[in-house]
Design a protein around this ligand. Structure first.
Ligand SMILES: *Cc1c(COP(=O)(O)O)cnc(C)c1O
Length: 403
């Protein structure tokens, strides 16, 4: 059975062109970039070329890119690094409620060490309204944090407007773009952000490498100490093959992003249209202002884990915002933040398409999903209330969003 991979927001396969670029740096050009002799300098040169490519993708200068071990480290460096360096100016941080755990847990770490964290509400689509941010900012606020796009529901935030609010009040702005970088256009100059996190494995690069954009003049405390690599912000011998792969992935994304986004949006909208024909199903997130490959549904009377297992049995990989995917065993904090009840959040399914997704993959899901949903509902403990629906009552769980 051919595997149908519909979980590109968890990770992506490494593009063959990226693998090809990386290979020489394992076996032939394995020098240490810090070494002064030419063999080391060859590796250094490769790292700098990759830096220029990652910078170009987001319209930054190469000096503003700090390579890290991934998105998680980039988020930690942005938040803890900024807070620790700037704490004399204040110890208050504002952050949206729908961030990745890499962001929320870094904030919590700071809150346990004398910082104060305020959490911003989002609307039913997951948007942070600029007015909400404005109200949360105080005299002692030093940092505001909102994800560029949300990795569960795909909502793309109004970052330019939000960063402007922060800037007007002298507050630095950090955006986690791990999930959106490479699939939608990001221009840090245009957005006006001070810090932006990226991850290679969400954009067809290797796992274990990421980067933090640090705008000129933004000062951070290092979290790792040692040889002083990456402008003393991230000590440790550079992951040269990984960084080279990230650079190549950025280069490919820059070239192919537009046409790819168009293709994915078509597939996604077709998928959404068809899935919403299943009774008592709704779309989570905004119909249009979402990542090109993201669709997220809530099915009434279903446990997400059961759905994932049934789909897996049919060879389809997708994910849920339900308990087993979260370290806390709670339903997704993102789905509850946009107003879903625990029961609704437990019945969610995230389908994320990417570079190698085909119309056949979508077709296969559409073949299997209605049948699986029907079967799960038949054995659901909420079956009776579902039968009410069949007789014509409306689902009170929330409105249906049709695209
Ligand atoms: C994947 C992801 C991260 C973490 O990146 P890693 O490279 O896996 O550590 C952080 N934030 C978001 C939004 C992500 O999607």
């Amino acid at each position: 059975m051919k595997r149908v991979y519909l979980d590109y927001s968890s990770t992506t396969p490494v593009d063959e062109r990226v693998v090809e670029a990386m290979m020489p740096y394992f076996t032939e050009k394995y020098g240490n970039p810090t070494s002064f002799y030419s063999f080391g300098q060859e590796a250094k040169q490769a790292v700098e070329e990759a830096r220029a490519k990652v910078a170009e993708l987001i319209n930054a200068s190469p000096e503003e890119i700090i390579f890290t071990s991934g998105g998680t480290e980039a988020c930690n460096l942005a938040i803890k690094g900024f807070a620790l360096k700037n704490k004399k100016r204040g110890k208050h941080i504002v952050v949206s409620k729908i961030e990745h755990f890499a962001v929320l847990e870094a904030c919590r770490w700071l809150a346990e060490r004398g910082f104060e964290v305020s959490y911003l509400d989002v609307d039913e689509y997951g948007f942070v309204e600029p007015g909400t941010l404005e109200q949360a900012i105080r005299e002692d606020t030093i940092l505001a944090i909102v994800n560029h796009a949300n990795n569960e529901i795909g909502t793309i935030e109004p970052i330019k407007e939000l960063a402007e609010v922060a800037q007007d009040r002298g507050v630095a702005f950090f955006s986690d773009a791990c999930i959106s970088n490479g699939s939608v256009e990001i221009d840090v100059e245009e957005l006006g952000v001070d810090l932006l996190a990226m991850s290679a494995h969400k954009m067809y690069g290797p796992k274990g490498v990421g980067a933090l954009y640090v705008a000129k003049g933004t000062r951070l405390e290092a979290l790792l100490h040692g040889g002083g690599q990456e402008r003393k912000l991230r000590s440790g011998t550079e992951n040269v093959p990984g960084i080279v792969g990230f650079g190549r992935a950025a280069e490919i994304a820059k070239k192919e992003m537009r046409s790819e986004a168009e293709r994915l949006m078509k597939l996604r909208d077709e998928l959404i249209r068809e899935v919403l024909k299943i009774p008592r199903t709704r779309l989570n997130g905004h119909p249009e202002k979402r990542l090109p490959g993201n669709a997220n549904f809530a099915f009434a009377f279903i446990e997400g884990e059961g759905l994932i297992l049934e789909l897996d049995f049919e060879g389809i990989s997708a994910s849920t915002g339900s308990a087993c995917s979260s370290p806390t065993l709670e339903p997704s904090h993102v789905l509850t933040a946009i107003g879903l009840s625990h029961a609704e959040a437990h019945g969610s399914l995230r389908v994320t398409l990417g570079r190698f997704s085909t119309r056949e993959d979508v077709k296969r899901l559409l073949e299997v999903l209605p049948r699986v949903v029907k079967r799960l509902r038949e054995i659901s403990p909420f079956k009776e209330s579902f039968e009410d629906y069949v007789e014509g009552t409306e689902w009170k769980g929330g409105e249906h969003h049709h695209v």
